[in-house]
Design a protein around this ligand. Structure first.
Ligand code: TGC
Ligand code: FAD
Length: 394
């Protein structure tokens, strides 16, 4: 009998272990829809937006129409997608640019999530549908100038005055700050840390944009100032007290970043792989040299492990078994992976690698923020270290 030979096709370049086959049909369909949006609407404009230091706000209504704002929340006109779906959305958006993914992260995970999880029914009904529609833009004010890693040391205060609260202080490095209609602001009170909904036009509330950034140039970063801002009691988030409130929001956003970083890395890797095939040096394509192949293989290995890590993280989140230290390890691993891939891709491009016409330098510069915000790499190492040893080294 003649033995039959099965011809197995080689792996897909950007998905070496066929992680996509582990996604459901719905998850694949959402990935495809967001990928099309990124190819058609983000990639044609993003290099210019980055160079011009401009957030492409014209995309907000399209992101909303696609149901991407707060898409893993239930009810209140939110799409109610799974956390894995939210993950693939973040991955595709960041394949375009971390600035676009940041906008969606802040709106959904840092602003809509706390209202959804900790807000009164009135707050949810008033704000969430408008935020899902992109009619109200949010920002999240936790970091202060004197040390973002230690938010427990915040000096912004809210003091009771009759039925109202009086808010004083400032916040630094706040995404979307100057364009936000609504700020979720965390402040110390006599009763511990509480969250407040501060509206743009409230007297005493001002914002200022951070200029001259060399990272996340297609995203808005701002300072927020509160000078005796009078807030009605109804603007406080009633169902959370203490640092676990803002830290719980960070877990949601860090989860999305663990996926998003894979998108940045894929964009750099696929571009430099094509370049290496056509760049002829010493009489042969760069891709035919052992060193270039080792570097490309190493990028692919790192991306593949990050893809699998992100998917398992998402499945655990959907099952409700995820611990925040696992999110810390994934954010740390995947952002470090993406930054290393982007830097190496930039180098393989030679001088062309310093031009914004190729994406690695843009992603590399963005990732210098991503590795700092939502908990620096060191903070996540120490969170994992604390989980392993039971001793806090902060
Ligand atoms: P610690 O004692 O550890 O915790 C206080 C309470 O919070 C609970 N908790 C968490 N809950 C949910 N998720 C987490 N990730 C949590 N981490 C801690 C904890 O169980 C405890 O609860 P309870 O009920 O016992 O009170 O607090 P600590 O003061 O020791 O701080 C720990 C540390 C250093 C890990 C924390 O402060 C931290 O994560 N620091 C980093 C701050 C940070 O990430 N800031 C990000 C600001 S927002 C941002 O960057 C947005 S960028 C957005 C974009 O553009 O995409
Ligand atoms: P620091 O806390 O001063 O840290 C400085 C260095 O010390 C870091 O290398 C850190 O790893 C290290 N370090 C800290 N603690 C320890 C320790 N115990 N042991 C050893 N080393 C340590 N914040 C918001 O609230 N909302 C936002 O929307 C937001 N958007 C941002 C957008 C951008 C573009 C950027 C860059 C930041 C944003 N941030 C935002 C702020 C961000 O979360 C903080 O920058 C971050 O948490 C780090 O705080 P820091 O910059 O004050 O650094």
């Amino acid at each position: 009998m003649t033995p039959t030979t099965t011809i197995v096709q080689g792996p897909e370049i950007s998905d070496f272990f066929d992680v996509r086959s582990l996604l459901s049909e719905d998850e694949q369909a959402i990935q495809d829809a967001v990928a099309r949006f990124v190819d058609d609407r983000v990639l044609p404009i993003i290099a210019d937006a980055f160079e011009e230091h401009r957030f492409p706000s014209e995309l907000v209504s399209e992101l909303a129409e696609m149901g991407l704002l707060g898409c893993n929340l239930e009810g209140y006109d939110c799409a109610g997608l799974s956390h894995v779906c939210y993950g693939v959305v973040n991955q595709e958006l960041e394949r375009g640019d971390a600035g676009i993914r940041s906008f969606v992260s802040v709106q959904g995970s840092l602003c809509m999530y706390p209202i959804h999880a900790f807000g009164s029914e009135e707050q949810k009904e008033r704000w969430l549908p408008q935020m899902a529609a992109g009619e109200v833009i949010g920002c999240f004010g936790l970091t202060e100038a004197d040390g973002g890693s230690d938010p427990g040391a915040m000096t912004t205060t809210a003091k009771k005055d009759g039925d109202d609260w009086i808010l004083n202080g400032s916040k630094a490095w706040i995404t979307n700050g100057t364009i936000a209609d609504l700020a979720i602001v965390w402040a110390t009170t006599e009763d511990g840390v509480r969250g407040f909904l501060v509206e743009k036009e409230m007297p005493g509330y001002t914002t200022r944009e951070v200029e001259h950034k060399f990272s996340l140039r297609a995203s808005i970063t701002s300072e927020l100032f509160f000078d005796n801002v009078r807030l009605p009691d109804s603007s406080m988030l009633p169902n959370v007290k203490g640092l676990s409130g803002p830290l719980g929001c960070l877990t949601q956003a860090r989860y999305g970043i663990a996926w998003g970083a894979v998108g940045s890395a894929l964009a750099c890797f696929t571009e430099v792989l094509e370049y290496a095939k056509v760049r002829v040096l010493f009489g042969r394509p760069l891709s035919h040299t052992q060193t270039a192949q080792r570097r490309l293989a190493d990028m692919s290995r790192r991306i593949t492990t990050a893809q699998l890590l992100a998917l398992q993280l998402g499945r655990m989140k959907d099952e409700g078994t995820l611990h925040h230290s696992q999110v810390s390890m994934a954010k740390w691993n995947n952002v470090r992976m993406a930054l290393d891939v982007a830097r190496d891709a930039r180098d393989l491009l030679g001088a062309s690698g310093i031009s914004v016409e190729f994406c690695p330098i843009r992603h590399m510069l963005n990732l210098e923020s991503v590795i700092t915000y939502e908990g620096t790499e060191t903070i996540h190492e120490l969170v994992v270290g604390r989980e392993l040893t039971g001793a806090s080294a902060f």
